[in-house]
Design a protein. Structure first.
Length: 159
């Protein structure tokens, strides 16, 4: 199986797709969508490759910058983490909102620079944000009026 790099790449890509909750992602944001039927068929037809490549998929996931962040389900205006870190390149953040409030995830360069990506504002579920980031410090925050000021922000360090 080590002589089949295309099969390994397919298994890793499939694992990353499943980790993103079946959602697709663009340069700024996307909602978790359908497409799980294709993933199920691919999973069934390549279950041997997927199981043998699970360690490689986990390593690729961590190295490519897949992150998770959640709004506090208690309704507090804060994220479950104050800081995130990733390597430069494509960074995917799966943002879950199980709070009774509507929230979004916005990423900006520095503390007052340009916004580089954002999810839509939503209640309930998970949205995936994929952005290309260079080394530096970014601010993650909820842009719903009053939420950032109340403390719903954090730091994303890319190095």
């Amino acid at each position: 199986m080590a002589n089949h790099p295309a099969l390994l790449f397919s298994a890793v890509a499939l694992a990353l797709g499943v980790a993103a909750c079946g959602g697709s992602s663009g340069s700024s944001s996307s909602a978790a969508g359908s497409g799980t039927g294709a993933s199920s068929a691919a999973t069934t037809s390549s279950s041997t490759a997927t199981s043998s490549a699970s360690s490689a998929a986990a390593a690729a996931s961590a190295g490519s910058g897949d992150l998770t962040l959640m709004a506090m389900s208690s309704g507090q205006l804060m994220f479950n983490k104050k800081s995130l870190s990733a390597k430069p390149g494509t960074v995917t953040i799966n943002f879950t909102n199980n709070s009774p409030e509507r929230h979004n995830l916005t990423i900006q360069k520095g503390t007052n620079g340009a916004v580089v990506g954002a999810t839509p504002t939503f209640d309930g579920g998970t949205k995936t944000l994929t952005v290309k980031l260079t080394a530096g410090t970014y601010t993650s925050y909820c842009s719903v009026p009053g939420h950032r000021m109340a403390g719903m922000q954090g730091t994303l360090t890319v190095s």
